[in-house]
Design a protein around this ligand. Sequence first.
Ligand code: SF4
Ligand code: SF4
Length: 172
Amino acid sequence: MAVTALVSDFFGGCWSLVKGLDVTLRTMLRPAITVQYPTEKIPMAPRWRGVLSLEVSKCLSCQACVRACPAKFLSLKFHTGPDKKRVLDSLTWDNTMCAHCNLCADACPTQALAFHHDYEIASFTREDLFHDLAKGKTAEVGDLPHGAAPGAVATLAADGSAQPLTPPEQAP
Ligand code: SF4
Ligand code: SF4
């Protein structure tokens, strides 16, 4: 009886060793799938929405995008030129709150707005995520749709609009 158990244990151990090595060998023979980021990058899906961008020459300053945004994370300023046409001054976009729903781009009659495929959009400061799409640079905080002060965060009101919060009180 003891000999039978010993033999059974021996073959059981051999079988688990073979099973374990089988997994190891099969994994070793598969091509590597690790992406050596950042030297290697995978292409994003065609409908991936990274950063919103504006083709300024196509913009009519019609504000259709601003009206389409469900939470008002876009804000547009324009002036009227000598030919009575609107001239875009700024179109600010808050990437900290944007839902990337694409409703603004869908509403644009001239396809001036589109999401790019960038995904390296991490930032050390909240302000870096406020974009002035007309100037292709970080937006002035005062131009933001919700008028957030530096260090403040916006929140959603019950009607879905963005509301500024006052900056957190500084510790003494
Ligand atoms: S993607 Fe959606 S949430 Fe973001 S700015 Fe456009 S409409 Fe607003
Ligand atoms: S909807 Fe298009 S054309 Fe109109 S203001 Fe927005 S970006 Fe410009």
